[in-house]
Write a protein that binds this ligand. Structure first.
Ligand code: AMP
Length: 295
């Protein structure tokens, strides 16, 4: 039986409340089958991208736990930790509408009773792409994902392909450290004009939002140039970004989806075209898969 409910989810704030709520979900079905619990980790300010993750989680599992936690460990000095959008009541309403069973919304000192001295290290994969301009970010991400996996103990956890580096790193962590959980990726949800939906889009002025569209346009141009080999893809994508004065490019890279290393010029096959750019002070990321033809 699917534990999709139309009632308000249980909101767990403490480890004890979470343990109790998850134990209730774990009770076997009437047929004696163990229930499948799916976790959707988020930082809140829920939007259509999160909704797609929740729906996928409910397709694959019997009950869904959504965590809402703005993780201080993954924010660098001067980043937007203090002004990150917080819309808790609306988030719980969305979870209720989607049939989420449990919302885990801990305070920082519940997750980190003291400053952690032992953390997960993302290694080389964490220093590429976004990691180059956000040192330590992925160590913080993996550490909190590891903790959430231990606290909730789900059978599967669902992540968005929008954060492709994060998804690749979580998959690596799970396989390298033998974590007993199945990781599921969900395609990026976009606004009708192509902009990838993001909690940070709330920061954009109307003019910045128009400029931001160049990022997804660049990815589409890159994908359309797949027959030009890696050089053609890179040139097409960067040309679009160079023509948009309202965006400051951080990186645009065509990489192996597993290792996140730049693919060589004679590469053919599926590669990840990933980019990051600033519209004003807002950092935006996006990516697409490109099937590159031999040059
Ligand atoms: P966040 O709350 O931004 O940390 O994101 C929580 C999860 O939602 C992550 O797995 C993200 O990759 C995923 N996500 C965020 N935006 C989107 C989107 N537009 N489409 C699909 N998944 C998304």
């Amino acid at each position: 039986m699917n534990l999709r409910t139309r009632t308000r989810p249980v909101v767990a704030r403490t480890r004890g409340e979470l343990a109790k709520a998850v134990a209730a979900l774990r009770r076997p079905t009437g047929h004696g089958r163990a229930r499948i619990v799916a976790l959707v980790p988020t930082m809140g300010a829920l939007h259509e991208g999160h909704r797609a993750l929740i729906r996928r989680a409910l397709e694959l599992g019997d009950a869904v736990v959504v965590s809402i936690f703005v993780n201080p460990l993954q924010f660098g000095p001067g980043e937007d930790l203090d002004r990150y959008p917080r819309t808790f009541d609306a988030d719980v309403a969305m979870c209720a509408a989607e049939g989420v069973a449990v919302v885990f919304a801990p305070a920082p000192d519940v997750v980190y009773p003291e400053r952690p001295r032992v953390t997960v290290t993302a290694g080389e994969l964490g220093s590429r792409l976004c990691g180059a301009s956000r040192p330590g970010h992925f160590d913080g991400v993996l550490t909190v994902v590891m903790k959430l996996l231990h606290l909730v103990g789900p059978d599967l956890a669902v992540f968005g392909e929008k954060d492709a580096q994060q998804l690749a790193l979580v998959r690596r962590m799970v396989s390298d450290l033998d974590l007993p959980v199945h990781i599921v990726g969900v395609p990026t949800v976009r606004d009708p004009d192509g902009l990838a939906v993001s909690s940070r889009n709330a920061y954009l002025s109307p003019a910045e939002r128009r400029s931001a569209l160049a990022l997804s346009r660049a990815l589409r141009a890159g994908a359309a140039a797949a027959r030009g080999g890696p050089a053609g893809v890179r040139a097409a994508a960067t040309a679009v970004l160079a023509a948009e004065p309202g965006l400051r490019l951080d990186y645009m890279a065509l990489v192996d989806p597993g290792t996140l290393e730049e693919v060589p010029e004679d590469f053919a096959g599926a590669a990840l075209l990933a980019g990051a750019a600033y519209a004003g002070t807002t950092r935006l990321i996006d990516n697409t898969t490109v099937t590159v033809a031999p040059a």
